[in-house]
Design a binder for this molecule. Structure first.
Ligand code: FAD
Length: 468
């Protein structure tokens, strides 16, 4: 249930003489920060500086041959916090978005076994003969404590069998790294927290016991389902339509947006950010005063721009997301909205089926397949091999006519979440916050949150604490 809060208590009076709030990075963290600040401080000037051509970051859509395909995150979901949901989702019902509680997702996690009742890894395939050993190891496990790395955590929590047989190859596919290199909890960021090891009755019975509840999932996603709504546009648009609507609700008189703009300097005096310099899309250099900086991108560039002497001791490995967009004449075989592909035999890692998501009649059935690989790898799969994977996984029929296929790449790579990377990110964040007292670090890049829900709640908490 949404919590109810009195917005008037959060309002502050800000005189017009205050310097502007500056937001750098216009992903969902930056857009939400602008909406919240506009709501809490209605007279305050707000400036958004974004390096790319439009706002939205990983929440965006691109058109190919007249059809929309998403770029990163596909399906926004309510957070359950009334203040956030009101600002982000209240307009969606009237603007042609469908809303649904059941994510209606599937997974392929082992032996090319397509399981359409849950996004959680289904490992109860006929070849899994070690279920009693796996359950025994979980029962004896220790689910609490500090862990040195992901390998240590998984062995303690899920036991050796699942760690070696399932997690090791699956995490290698996602991150290209061994479990003992990865940071604790990084499996959760790729949706691998809860597993399905047996049939519906067994899972329901086991989940009544605390030792199993945290690591096992119900066999059917309609059981224990959250009351929060997901949203998606009905009429063939992509998720970018959501961001466009949010940007339209920013008040132009107080909020200025600079896209294709590069920050060139952050001037700091006595641990206070005084001004921000940037070059706008025309090449014109501007310097603006800054009351508070909300930095929503990676932290190291900010340290350099603010002339901090900090030298990083760890260089991250960057993974790239490659997108394969397909348009078919006939609908897919399955009715799922998306499929998580954990099975290491396939390069695909997530498949989004837009005609199921939109649920409106169409003569073009769009599918996006995401593939994650090291930036340095030369052998990225081509469209033909990903198309063949869709047939092998029984997502589409072999004789379903293909209208077109295109490749795209998510420009911003993402770092492999190793122990060293997480420590380095934490260090950089604390150095930046100590060096600049009127700085807020928001968004996924500061290492505190990754999923949109957590990014939004973190931004909300920081901003409310600041302006209250
Ligand atoms: C491939 C992929 C798929 C994902 N799928 C999901 C999902 O399904 N569900 C989910 O909850 N989460 C998902 N995530 C996590 C998702 O990234 C977050 O939920 C959310 O998008 C983070 O928002 P953000 O604003 O922090 O970052 P971003 O969306 O990355 O936005 C950051 C913005 O800041 C800009 N920027 C950065 N540095 C600067 C600078 N120096 N100057 C100016 N502008 C700058 C960038 O251009 C970008 O627009 C996914 C992530 C990836 C990588």
């Amino acid at each position: 249930m949404n919590q109810s809060i009195d917005l008037s208590k959060l309002m502050v009076n800000v005189s017009d003489t205050r310097k502007p709030f500056v937001i750098v990075g216009g992903g969902i963290a930056g857009v939400y920060a602008a909406l919240l600040l506009q709501d809490l401080c209605p007279h305050q000037k707000i400036i958004i500086i974004e390096q790319s051509a439009s706002l939205g970051g990983l929440l965006g859509s691109r058109q190919f041959h007249g059809h929309w395909f998403d770029y990163g995150t596909h399906v926004p979901r309510e957070t359950g916090l009334a203040h956030i949901d009101e600002l982000l989702f209240s307009y969606m019902q009237e603007k042609g978005f469908s809303s649904f509680r059941n994510s209606n997702a599937a997974n392929i996690s082992k032996d090319n076994c397509l399981y359409t009742r849950s996004p959680n890894p289904f490992l109860a395939t006929p070849s899994n003969t070690s279920i009693s050993l796996q359950l025994d190891e979980i029962k004896k496990s220790n689910q609490h404590g500090e862990f040195e790395n992901l390998d240590a955590q998984l062995r303690q929590v899920y036991g050796d069998s699942l760690t070696e047989d399932f997690f090791a190859p699956c995490m290698k596919k996602r991150f290209g790294a061994r479990l003992n290199e990865l940071a604790p909890n990084s499996h959760q960021l790729v949706g691998l927290s809860r597993l399905i090891l047996g049939n519906a009755d067994l899972m329901e019975t086991l989940k009544k016991q605390p030792s199993y509840d945290k690591v096992l999932a119900f066999a059917d996603q309609t059981m224990g389902m959250s009351k929060l709504n997901h949203y998606y546009p009905l009429d063939g648009d992509g998720v970018g339509k959501w961001i466009d609507g949010l940007v339209d609700s920013l008040d132009e008189t107080n909020v200025s947006i600079f896209c294709q703009a590069n920050v060139t300097g952050v001037s700091v005096e006595n641990e206070q950010i005084e001004s921000i310099s940037f070059v706008d899309h025309t090449g014109y250099k501007q310097t603006i005063d800054c009351e508070q900086l909300f930095w929503c991108g990676p932290v190291f560039p900010l340290l350099k721009l603010s002339k901090s002497s900090y030298k990083p001791s760890y260089r991250p490995t960057i993974r790239q997301t490659y997108l394969y967009h397909f348009a078919f004449e006939q609908p897919p075989i399955i009715e799922s909205n998306y499929v998580n592909v954990n099975d290491p035999k396939f390069s695909s890692f997530r498949i989004t089926l837009y005609s199921n998501l939109c649920n409106t009649p169409t003569d073009t059935h769009r599918i996006t397949v995401e593939v994650i690989a090291d930036k340095s790898v030369d052998s990225i799969p081509d469209c033909e091999s990903i198309y063949q994977e869709l047939i092998q996984m029984r997502i589409i029929e072999q004789d379903n006519p293909l209208k077109f296929a295109v490749n795209d790449t998510v420009t911003a790579g993402f770092p492999v979440l190793t122990v060293g990377f997480m420590q380095e990110t934490k260090k950089q964040s604390s150095v930046a916050l100590a060096h600049m007292t009127n700085l807020s670090l928001l968004g996924k890049a500061n290492g505190k949150s990754f999923f949109m829900h957590d990014v939004l709640v973190n931004a909300h908490d920081q901003i409310c604490a600041l302006v209250e």
